[in-house]
Design a protein around this ligand. Sequence first.
Ligand SMILES: Nc1nc2c(ncn2[C@@H]2O[C@H](COP(=O)(O)OP(=O)(O)OP(=O)(O)O)[C@@H](O)[C@H]2O)c(=O)[nH]1
Ligand SMILES: [Mg+2]
Ligand SMILES: [Zn+2]
Length: 294
Amino acid sequence: MPRGLILKGVGGFYTVECGSGTYECRTRGVFRKKGITPLPGDFVNFSITDESAREGWIEEIEPRQNFFIRPPVANVNQIAVVLAKTSPEPDFLLVDKLLVTAEKNGITPLIVINKIDLIDDKELSEVKDIYKSTGYQVVAISKVGKQGYDELHEKLKGYRTVFAGQSGVGKSTILNNIMDSWVMETGDMSRIQRGRHTTRHVQLLSLDNDGYVVDTPGFSSMSLEGIEYSELSSMYPEFNRAEGRCKFNSCSHIKEPGCAIKDSVHAGGISRIRYECYQRLYEELKLQYENRYR
Ligand SMILES: Nc1nc2c(ncn2[C@@H]2O[C@H](COP(=O)(O)OP(=O)(O)OP(=O)(O)O)[C@@H](O)[C@H]2O)c(=O)[nH]1
Ligand SMILES: [Mg+2]
Ligand SMILES: [Zn+2]
């Protein structure tokens, strides 16, 4: 039975990509009975019912490495967190929520600084410095002259990447530019809609370098799910390196004396913005925990 990857699902039909192109597949009632809905990003085994019409049935869904509810997509292994230094003003807390979610799910984060045509080198360095000690990959890009896009294309190679971030940072613009240059011809390729309040189907776009990309609509807020406040610091990679040197073993890096994290913030090793987001998320998660039985 051929194995393929679901690119999208619309009205009970799933576009399944395999080595020889795409097939439009329906699903067996048995999935519905089990309460399983196939998602874009699912790897499936399918049977071909009509080769010339390229139609088939999805027979099996492979176990998922992970899945998101919003956007509904499975098996993502990279999150491109898009931000801009200006227009809109960056929401660093949202950026950290996305980065922490990536860490929690074992997904590689990629930081994409967009709209660099609107800022100078000094401002760009300021943003880069925030994430320097995280060790995360950073690319700086602009739609003007497609600056940095080749480097971005390179970073997408071999990954299934979901683009996420605040509304207006330019995710759809980036996806459209990527589509113009690097998307494989698979069926209908309607352009990604811009602006707010546009409903559309989540779709994996197949790149020419074994990469896949998914756009998401922006959001103004997001809550962290399934993370304990006590494990938050382990999701800040730059904290992990300094952690052993805190005076108290159980240091939460909030109020304790002799905290190596706070020392590092003062010395400029760890970014103050990252630390302040940590503090806010810690308090938020602690409150969630304390109210868990209410
Ligand atoms: N100056 C400049 N403007 C950009 C750049 N990229 C995107 N924009 C503009 O930013 C605005 C928002 O872009 P979108 O691509 O719709 O942003 P989005 O992140 O998809 O927004 P949502 O779908 O609401 O989440 C548009 O007017 C774009 O033209 C860039 O590199 N430079
Ligand atoms: Mg958009
Ligand atoms: Zn500490």
